[in-house]
Design a protein around this ligand. Structure first.
Ligand code: NAP
Ligand code: ZN
Ligand code: ZN
Length: 354
């Protein structure tokens, strides 16, 4: 077994603290990864604080993992020692159902195996995520990080990047399309960069105009404050596609009214509350309300290669592991520009507190 250092939530709503555990020795198709960086996704906060229910503890969060391969199992063909790799939100799936076969592993009929807060397919090992020194993952669930992308700023692509890339690609964001992104946070800022690179006309719908200069620098053509009611009058019937990244309740009917005929409002943010929608908001204009969940392995690799081609990474604030609890509070307060990334070298320093 491989001794691993990490930070875990031992219980819901408790501060994360040092945690020592073991990873399995590599099986035939496993890759051992020395984790160098891991992004902090708002989903880490939701799960560590058990805001979605059913959280499994102790929990080492983290599914925006970037590192270097240090060992491979005897049958591994895709990766070798020294490769720059990433791991996203899941580390396994059934591999047999229609969705797994189509590369839509995130919709596996038996359920994907989450990178953390899940049971591995043996039914008894708790999966543990990227706020740790090492991870062992089957090569088929590992991504290649292109050489031109720096590992720290590429880490958030593994969740925030693919979560926006997948719906933008699915709903065909591109030249001639008007796309709006609600919420300029970790997911939202990636949405702006990606939609801009795809050639769409991009609007940010943020709570205030505080982030306007950033939004325009990231590639937004327009920027509006949703706290201003005039925004909703002015933009009525404007967008082909709106992606909602907000992790709090919003006025769904008001946002649906901003869609053109046949437009789609796609939910990626996950508030605790249900989504109340009036029938008229949908039937007037044949509008769709849809959802999207991360992306499959093949599409995640496609996204990383797209990012390399367009020189896209995340705007990050790098922190040491012992700042993680403070970072969680800042994520909840929307006070991050635009993704925290933990430097895992900090886990091996005395300040980490082992
Ligand atoms: P984040 O960095 O906290 O960004 C969320 C943004 O939403 C904030 O920056 C803020 O933007 C806006 N916002 C926050 N509170 C708000 C409120 N009360 N009213 C209106 N807007 C508010 O979070 P994230 O990491 O991007 O994640 C966002 C959500 O997506 C989370 O719920 C997360 O669990 C979920 N998620 C889903 C998937 C998926 O596959 N579907 C994948 C990853 C994450 P402004 O300051 O610009 O208003
Ligand atoms: Zn995430
Ligand atoms: Zn499956």
């Amino acid at each position: 077994m491989i001794k691993t250092l990490g930070y875990a939530a031992y219980k819901a709503k408790e501060a994360l603290a040092p945690f020592t555990f073991e990873r399995r020795d590599p099986r035939d198709h496993d890759v051992v990864i020395d984790i160098q960086y891991c992004g902090i996704c708002h989903s880490d906060v939701h799960q560590a604080r058990d805001e979605w229910g059913g959280s499994l503890f102790p929990m080492v969060p983290g599914h925006e993992i970037a590192g270097i391969v240090t060992r491979v199992g005897p049958a591994v063909t895709k990766y070798k020692v020294g490769d720059r790799v990433g791991v996203g939100c899941f580390v396994d799936s059934c591999r047999e159902c229609d969705y797994c076969k189509q590369g839509l592993e995130q919709f596996c009929i038996q359920g994907m195996t989450g990178t953390y807060n899940a049971m591995e397919r043996d039914g008894r090992t708790l999966s543990q995520g990227g706020y740790s020194t090492t991870i062992v993952v089957d090569e088929n669930y590992v991504l290649r990080i292109p050489d031109t992308l720096s590992l720290d700023a590429a880490a958030p692509l593994l969740c925030a990047g693919i979560t926006l890339y997948s719906p933008l690609a699915h709903w065909k964001a591109g030249p001639g399309k008007k796309v709006a992104i609600i919420g300029l946070g970790g997911l939202g800022h990636m949405g702006v960069k990606l939609a801009h690179a795809m050639g769409a006309d991009v609007t940010v719908l943020s709570q205030s105009l505080r982030k306007e200069a950033d939004g325009r620098r990231l590639g937004a053509d327009h920027f509006y404050a949703t706290s201003d009611e005039a925004t909703f009058t002015k933009l009525a019937g404007t967008f082909d596609l709106i992606i909602n990244t907000v992790s709090a309740p919003i006025d769904w009917n008001a946002y649906l009214s901003l869609l053109k005929v046949d437009g789609a409002l796609v939910v990626v943010g996950v508030p605790e509350e249900q989504v109340p929608v009036g029938a008229f908001s949908l039937i007037m204009g044949r509008r769709s309300l849809a959802g999207s969940l991360i992306g499959g392995i093949q599409e995640t690799q496609e996204m990383l290669d797209f990012c390399a081609k367009h020189n896209i990474t995340s705007d990050i604030e790098t922190i040491a592991i012992n700042q993680v609890n403070e970072a969680y509070d800042r994520v909840v307060a929307s006070d991050v520009r635009y993704r925290f990334v933990i430097d895992m070298a900090s886990l091996k320093t005395p300040e980490a507190g082992f």
